[in-house]
Ligand binder design. Structure first.
Ligand SMILES: [Zn+2]
Length: 154
């Protein structure tokens, strides 16, 4: 994992990925180079905060209408908040049949949130992962276009 993480950091992110208009939703993240299965595509940057702080922010964000889609659990006590400082990974759209996964990996004992290729990705593909939102009665429509689209993100 540490070796793959170093490989990820060798090529500057602006040479690996680009933010463009997406047919799924708003802006999306697209590849500028091919990726092999299990390659790390990008690190999901953000502010590391404790779970109790994240719970307070989640309430605040919901009141502001921002939602909580940029809060990720790194481990039992640490949350990454990418709402304000997420780097290009925050532009990755949800897809019900995604080509990548968000995974927490330990690099030299430090947990990192990285987006890992589920299959080989060609140049120009939009990177997607399954947001795995919890089930709610208030549905958020999904326009991912996947053959197995569930129709909603939650
Ligand atoms: Zn979908």
């Amino acid at each position: 994992m540490a070796a793959r993480y170093r490989k990820l950091k060798e090529i500057p992110v602006e040479q690996r990925l680009v933010v463009r208009r997406s047919h799924i939703h708003g802006w999306g993240l697209f590849t500028l180079m091919p990726f092999a299965p299990n390659d790390m595509i990008v690190e999901y940057m953000g502010e590391k905060i404790r779970r109790c702080v994240a719970d307070q922010r989640e309430k605040k964000y919901e009141e502001m209408g921002l939602g909580s889609c940029y809060l990720f659990a790194l481990d039992a006590s640490t949350i990454i908040d990418a709402t304000r400082a997420g780097g290009p990974a925050r532009f990755i759209n949800h897809c019900c049949g995604p080509n990548a996964d968000a995974k927490v990996v330990a690099v030299d004992g430090v947990p990192k949130l990285v987006i890992v290729a589920r299959r080989a990705l060609a140049v120009g593909e939009e990177v997607t992962y399954d947001y795995k939102f919890e089930y709610e009665n208030d549905k958020i429509a999904c326009h991912c276009g996947a053959a197995k689209c569930r129709g909603s993100m939650n």
